[in-house]
Design a protein around this ligand. Structure first.
Ligand SMILES: Nc1nc2c(ncn2[C@@H]2O[C@H](COP(=O)(O)OP(=O)(O)OP(=O)(O)O)[C@@H](O)[C@H]2O)c(=O)[nH]1
Ligand SMILES: [Mg+2]
Ligand SMILES: [Zn+2]
Length: 356
């Protein structure tokens, strides 16, 4: 697997030298399931988990790898799982709000150059929804492009395009059909070697079908879990990042239900019930006297793996509460800055056009 086709460039390679010296290798995150990551590296497809240090220092879900991230891997001889030691700085990140649960925001995709905002022409396009998706894309640092799918099912494509133009601020709009191939050629220019394109949009609009079509055979879909990798007991990780035959990658950013993995919805009522019986209210269940959780662990009433999982989620949830507002403000500032830069660029372009 050539890293350059996945978007690895001379700049990234230069930046990575510090990690090479430590014997680490670069890889791109292609999927995640229950904290196990599917990774594309120069050694091929690997599975990996984050290092204890990353987990320990994590202040929010943003400190964990996301699909599209570049990471530095440690690969021990004889080991089937790699350890993710570092997440490289993100050039852009698509963030989406999650309405329920402990995690109000998730990075849907990182290091994205172009976002295909996919909406279907077979139903009334909801302009509010298009606007919401646009905002999300603007804030990410990636360039949005509007893709209107299922043109074959729409008798008046031009009228619908005109509707959407009213909210699109002059962005490119491409009506397409994966069935008749209408408009598919217009998407090629976004997909060159080294380019990362993420498909984002409501469920059922045809994102996976589009990716399948562009990637060609063998046809993957974001919904089909991969085969067992590295043989036997490896977990099944759904792949979301697909290299194209002529270079570049497509990210299937799936929809909300896939974003909330079962792991995150997990509750820990059993452990919490035990914790309520600890002598101290702020018991960390490490060494405190009168710790009911420790006692349950010792007499086998509580499974150790489950306790570890509880600790991990507890820590993530706790730090998240504190960090949340900070991060919101930070994101707001970033978005504001990006918007300003875009405005400046647009006005400069208009001035140039006037001058011509
Ligand atoms: N007529 C027509 N149907 C299409 C086209 N593209 C996709 N479909 C159909 O639309 C349905 C949904 O397509 P998917 O690709 O699974 O949609 P998705 O956006 O990936 O949906 P989620 O994974 O749920 O977010 C499937 O039955 C496709 O066959 C198209 O261009 N024309
Ligand atoms: Mg899909
Ligand atoms: Zn305790």
């Amino acid at each position: 697997m050539l890293l350059s086709t996945l978007g690895w460039n001379p700049n990234s390679a230069r930046y990575f030298q510090q990690y090479r010296k430590q014997g680490l290798i670069p890889a791109r995150v292609a999927g995640e399931h229950k904290h196990v990551y599917l990774l594309y590296s120069e050694r091929g497809e690997l599975c990996g988990q984050v290092s204890g240090r990353i987990r320990h220092n994590a202040r929010s879900p943003h400190d964990f790898p996301a699909v599209g991230d570049w990471v530095a891997l440690q690969l021990q001889p004889g080991q089937t799982q790699a350890t993710i030691q570092t997440i490289l700085p993100r050039a852009s990140r698509l963030v989406r709000q999650v309405s329920s649960g402990r995690f109000p925001e998730r990075i849907v995709a990182a290091n994205v150059d172009t976002v295909f905002l996919v909406h279907s022409l077979d139903q009334n396009v909801n302009l509010r929804r298009v606007e919401q998706c646009l905002t999300l894309a603007w804030e990410s640092g990636a360039n949005p492009v509007i893709v209107l799918s299922k043109a074959d099912l729409c008798p008046n494509v031009q009228a619908r395009v005109a509707d959407i133009e009213t909210v699109a601020f002059g962005l490119p709009i491409h009506p397409i059909s994966t069935l008749t191939n209408q408009g598919m050629d217009q998407l090629r220019p976004y997909l060159g070697s080294g380019q990362t394109v993420a498909c984002l949009g409501p469920t059922g609009v045809g994102k996976s079908t589009l990716i399948q079509k562009l990637v060609g055979n063998p046809a993957p879909t974001g919904e089909t879990p991969g085969e067992n990798r590295n043989g036997g007991d490896q977990p099944i990780i759904p792949c979301q990042l697909f290299p194209l035959p002529d270079g570049g990658v497509l990210i299937d950013s799936s929809d909300l239900r896939a974003l909330l993995s079962a792991d995150q919805e997990e509750t820990f009522e059993d452990v919490e019930a035990l914790a309520a019986m600890c002598r101290f209210r702020d018991c960390t269940h490490q060494r405190e006297p009168g710790c009911a959780v420790r006692r349950a662990l010792e007499d086998g009433q509580l499974n150790y793996a489950r306790f570890k999982s509880y600790l991990r989620h507890h820590r993530e949830a706790q730090t998240l509460g504190v960090e949340q507002d900070d991060r919101r403000n930070e994101r707001r500032r970033e978005a504001e800055k990006l918007k300003q830069e875009r405005l400046i660029r647009t006005s400069r372009r208009m001035k140039e056009q006037d001058a011509e």
